[in-house]
Design a protein. Structure first.
Length: 438
């Protein structure tokens, strides 16, 4: 727990700390929240801040934004760490905040990594948030829907912060080179391509980018008053080979396309190679894992439903371990998906249904499958003719569940690949029971 005036800084602080934005005008990124006329900007400018949670990846400015809000709204700022603070510390601060409120002073309590607080710790904030003794600002890299108590979450507005773009990172790096708080008083010369290289390595994390720049400058080649930083030095500082991964994102999409299409073509060797290319170039493993989850249903589907389970397990492994450990779990999933039987029947079924849904949005739900919770609805025929499938020996009731204009429409056409062949036979049995065309 730390209570301090706004931005106490020492000259020996790391570059990322010295360059911490002091105002909204200096803050980089999050234009969807802080641009002119956007919701969070309006709340700050009108001094109508309420409790909120910032959800986003590391290094996007969650703590900084909370400090800026406290300064801009003339509030006392208390910085909590969910790792080191317990219920005792929470209660002590809440008592002080209650006293501050009596004297007309607001207290913003910032809780970093709020998802690490247990239920009892999170509940300790509730009465003080409800009374208005504090304005709670929580920061989390995890989905608050799963990691924050529902009671506390319902009293907070969730704002999603995005990873910074490579262009935004480069802008921060240039500012650090020019600003007196950074290297503005030194003659630092960077070889062509160094800033984009650092920006790509940082993967949207401003703190990582500034730390990398500082390490590179401190270890740069000195000639008199000039410090020269080259690409080779940056590669050493990042322990990364300078792989082709350009800043405009084209190669990013080229590589994920190569991975996807290699798996689709049942080539595990090529797929693992493209996976390694992406991960060793600094790609977010969770991004890769999300694409594998999509692939499992789009290209494999019911031919092997285990594929989706394995892709989800790989995502969880990446979530728990991170790089470099999770690379082996992604390789496990990639090889499995490459060798699994193929079917895009699920994908084609949804795309076909989507076309009809978009062009026939006003199609009414058939009365037979509507709920009838009120007497009026029953009088209007809601639920008339509905047959509970479990009451039928075959477990298949003879009802038409599609709208009248779509009666008989077929979206799912199973293949004979892998486990989907069983689905095909089951579907034939069902249609035969109902006397419908296969």
């Amino acid at each position: 727990m730390e209570q301090s005036s706004f931005f106490d800084r020492g000259a020996a602080d790391p570059l990322a700390s010295r360059m911490r934005p002091r105002t909204l005008e200096e803050f980089a990124g999050q234009s969807h929240l802080l641009g002119e006329g956007k919701i969070l900007r309006r709340l700050i400018d009108s001094d109508r801040i309420s409790s909120m949670i910032f959800w986003g990846p590391p290094g996007v400015g969650k703590t900084t934004l909370a400090r800026i809000i406290a300064n801009r709204t003339k509030s006392s700022f208390v910085d909590f760490s969910a790792v080191t603070s317990g219920i005792k510390e929470i209660r002590e601060v809440m008592q002080q905040a209650e006293q501050n409120r009596r004297f007309g002073e607001r207290t913003i309590v910032f809780v970093d990594e709020i998802h690490r607080f247990n239920k009892a710790q999170q509940d300790a904030f509730l009465p003080f948030v409800e009374k208005g003794s504090i304005i709670l600002i929580g920061a989390t890299t995890e989905n608050p829907s799963f990691e924050v108590n529902a009671a506390l979450l319902s009293r907070c507005k969730v704002f999603v912060l995005n990873a910074l773009t490579a262009e935004e990172i480069e802008g921060l790096l240039r500012m650090a080179l020019a600003d007196p708080r950074g290297f503005g008083g030194q003659n630092v010369r960077l070889e062509d391509g160094v800033l984009p290289l650092i920006a790509r390595f940082s993967n949207g994390d401003a703190r990582t980018a500034l730390n990398t720049l500082e390490m590179a400058v401190l270890n740069g080649r000195r000639e008199g008053e000039t410090v020269t930083v080259g690409r080779q030095l940056v590669e050493q500082c990042t322990s990364k080979k300078s792989l082709l991964y350009d800043k405009n994102g084209e190669e990013h999409y080229n590589l994920i396309s190569a991975l996807h299409k290699s798996m689709r073509n049942s080539d595990p060797d090529a797929a693992v190679y493209w996976l390694a290319r992406m991960l060793e170039a600094g790609e977010d493993p969770l991004y890769v894992a999300r694409r594998l989850i999509r692939f499992a249903s789009e290209d494999i589907g019911l031919a092997d439903s285990r594929a989706l389970e394995i892709a989800l397990a790989a995502y969880q492994a990446c979530h728990f371990l991170g790089m470099p450990e999770c690379s082996i779990h992604l390789a496990h999933a990639v090889i499995y998906l490459s060798l699994a039987p193929r079917s895009n029947a699920v994908y084609r079924a949804y795309e076909s249904a989507k076309r009809d849904a978009l062009t026939m949005l006003d199609e009414p739900v058939p009365l037979v499958i509507r709920n009838a919770p009120t007497g009026l609805m029953k009088e209007l025929g809601y639920g008339d003719g509905y047959v509970y499938a479990h009451d039928v020996e075959s477990k298949v009731a003879d009802m038409e569940c599609l709208p009248e204009s779509l009666r008989g429409r077929r979206y799912y056409h199973p293949t004979e690949s892998g486990s989907e062949s069983r689905m095909a036979r089951r579907l034939e049995e069902i249609r035969a029971l109902l006397g419908r065309e296969p």
